[in-house]
Design a protein around this ligand. Sequence first.
Ligand SMILES: C[S@@+](CC[C@H](N)C(=O)[O-])C[C@H]1O[C@@H](n2cnc3c(N)ncnc32)[C@H](O)[C@@H]1O
Length: 215
Amino acid sequence: MSTLGRKSHEHDAIVKTYARLAADYDVRWPFYVDATTRATIARLSVRPTDRVLDVGCGTGALLHQLSVIHPQAQLFGIDPVPEMLAIARGKLPASIALYDGWAERLPFRDEPFDIVVCCNVFHYIRQPVAALREMTRVLRRGGQLVITDWCDDYLACHICDRYLRLFDRAYYKAYREQECRHLFKQAGYLNVDIERYKISWLWGLMTAKATKRTV
Ligand SMILES: C[S@@+](CC[C@H](N)C(=O)[O-])C[C@H]1O[C@@H](n2cnc3c(N)ncnc32)[C@H](O)[C@@H]1O
């Protein structure tokens, strides 16, 4: 049985943390949320009618921007915290379907999505390889998997990571570029394109992009 089958303390901590933060999330970190979601969208190749799943969609910032830029795309979001989903529901068009669930066990059949995107979530995921495999399972062959998260190669992120590991029970870890590459390899990807970049003088991210094999 997976840790999600049992009740895990870490998952409880995530749910409690984001249930508490949900109402203020958008106003508390407006620059960060806007910059990270824009940077991620800039690295997606969306065709007009693509089916796009946002894993850990939170309050729906990325889905909202995508719905404006690609009004014909079919958009879907999933997050384990009902309070975050409620904020997303309030701001998103009714055509965007939202689901309650975890990256490590997605409630979808195999291969319905053209793109699976996951932004600012990976540092919470206890089973990163299982999550990558699960996101790959729901992706069509030739579809894109795009993950943006903190990059532990940057000093500010590295310091923050060490602090949060000690004091925040919801937090898991940030990865270095090489560690991220290794996770994708373990999940079965032969190639992953990882870009490191800064969104401010202080804060650095990385976006990893990989294509699901066609055979
Ligand atoms: C920092 S917020 C990011 C929300 C949104 N993606 C954004 O960029 O604004 C992290 C989100 O990840 C969700 N989350 C944490 N662990 C998760 C997991 N294992 N699977 C799916 N979502 C998760 C949380 O509920 C929270 O909404």
